[in-house]
Design a protein around this ligand. Sequence first.
Ligand code: MN
Length: 319
Amino acid sequence: MIDAILKVIREGRHFVVASHAHPDGDAMASTLAMVNFLRELGKDAVAFNVDGVPEELQFLPGAHQVVCDRNALTSYDAGFVLDSGELSRAGDFLPAYCSLLINIDHHPHSEPFGAINYVDEEACATGALIYRVIQGAGHPISPDVAVCLYTAILSDTGSFRYSNANPEAFSIASAMVRIGVSPWHVAGNLYESHPIERIKLLSHVLETLSVSACGRFGSVAVTNEMFHATGAGPEHTDGLINYPRSIRGVEVALFFRQVDGDQFKVSFRSKGLVDVGSLARELGGGGHHNAAGATVFGTMEQVRRIVFDRLNELLPLSQ
Ligand SMILES: [Mn+2]
């Protein structure tokens, strides 16, 4: 699989590297690791993301050249789609610009939309798969690539706290630190550079904290009114689900975000007993066993009721 990818890289000259909308640390840092690697090989490589680069990831090497306007795309020998699960999350229009697509991902049920699909759901992060590709090329990891790969893995393992923090996660991180990555530099940018709007939003969001009578699921919510009141936006909501999740006894945490009047995006985080990925698919969404999302229609109360009722049915079964 890696050989097939390396052959495409060797034979091509112009590449685009994309990842899913609303990119997280793994999506964006994997994109930039790949782009920096391709440029080091003398290739012409463009990083693309429909939503651009979130503030906390703008320290990554190459972040300021990320393209978010599809009209700026030209034609490419190959397009890499990273960490996306399905093509539509990165851009349904990408095939029109690329002779072929390469899907590199660690999401279970990742759709085989590429001519090459390098999917390993055991991998801690897409960044780990990019590391394997670069290793396969026998190319030395540059300091720029190293900071990207370290960030991808740090971010997707929740700072090495989640169950995907496997030996490979630590071994790649260790190699990256040996190359010169400063863990404090990365962590400081990722976790201690919040805009004040986010902390103001947090104070509103925590007011909505609710825990079920059984104590095993908890939620917080954000409404458009809160965005107006604080000047914050959806980009400032990452990680807010960790507050209900961090409560002792809570098995499943939920985050409700109002998209429109009666449309809510629901994020799920499970500590393992409940497969929230299948629950989310039942609701028309998708995701992993422990992290998933779906869009549900109704008033805030109706949406909460739909999801809580379903969880009530699932939780006793999983005891
Ligand atoms: Mn990922």
